[in-house]
Design a protein around this ligand. Sequence first.
Ligand code: ADP
Length: 362
Amino acid sequence: MAIKRSGNGKSNNNNDKKTPNKKRQSKKQTNKIETKPSLVRAVATSEDSSEAQIRPNTLSGYIGQKELKETLKIAIAAARGRGEPMDHLLLYGPPGLGKTTMSLIIATEMEVDCKITTAPALERPRDISGLLVNLKPGDILFVDEIHRLNRIAEELLYPAMEDFRLDITIGKGQTSRIRSVPLKPFTLVGATTKVGSISSPLRDRFGLIQRLRFYEIDELTEIVLRTAKLLKYPIEPDAAEEIARRGRGTPRIANRLVRRVRDYVQVQKEPVITQSNAAIALDKYNVDRFGLDWTDRLILSTLIDNFHGGPVGLETIAAATGEDKKTIEEVIEPYLLQIGFLQRTSRGRAVTERARSHLQKS
Ligand code: ADP
């Protein structure tokens, strides 16, 4: 299976995924709030460039997400049996949970190529038509951040997804006409962190819509053990669990923590990652027992100290902490909600008792 990354698509640099960070920086400068670099942001950074080396490439190597795997196993077997491409698939859930990885695995299992791109790279009609006409029979087109597709690109996708046909408008005004170009049957895999922002005509064209969940500690522990093995650094099971507990239910973050702990332990000339040296390393990197970093604690303590714990609107939290609103909503908040540190009410976000007692102890 070959992986092809198109144009400005999702590359190892992940330029598009860095945008929220850039925005955050400019906001920080205007608000003059000092922040520290974080290891626990799920968005990919250039630091994660070695991801390809540790990505699982078979369904059996993909840990966790049991329901998703079962559904896809059936879909893949059925499609292969019919000699057709798999149904179009929409994967949604927070960043770093394995959407791209799953798309590459489907390509391997279907023995086809996977082209990876991201919606912001499909600005002009020719960006998407170029990709579509070059697909070979059965290929997978992975479009990350699909909720960000513009209307023109979306409308080009409708006949492509339904009838494997590209409708190109030639000329302008009254003399314009539509030329239909047949496409090879393909599978579109769309990925998004914001399923609610996808238009219903687009959503309705996906035969399979699947949610990815945060990983349980035991699943993340297994991922940490696997990654340490691939990095060829001995690790004790307790240490893997310590790292997993701080990995925010997210493989991308857990893998990043393994690499940083490995660096620390290696510099300390310790031959094995143990629970105690892993904990020391992660405390040094400012990642606490629940995987919270400086920004999470800033948000929670600002809510407690300045707003009696809430409820407070997202805009106000963003202004008071100097964080980007979108980053809070899409990257920071889902995990805080998941571990029961934050509650979302109709009047805004409120801190829970659980969060208060954690902050008091730490
Ligand atoms: P997303 O596309 O959802 O942002 P990715 O598919 O890029 O996330 O996954 C991030 C990293 O996490 C991958 O490089 C991979 O190594 C790891 N990963 C994700 N899901 C799994 C899994 N189920 N088992 C093992 N590793 C995983």
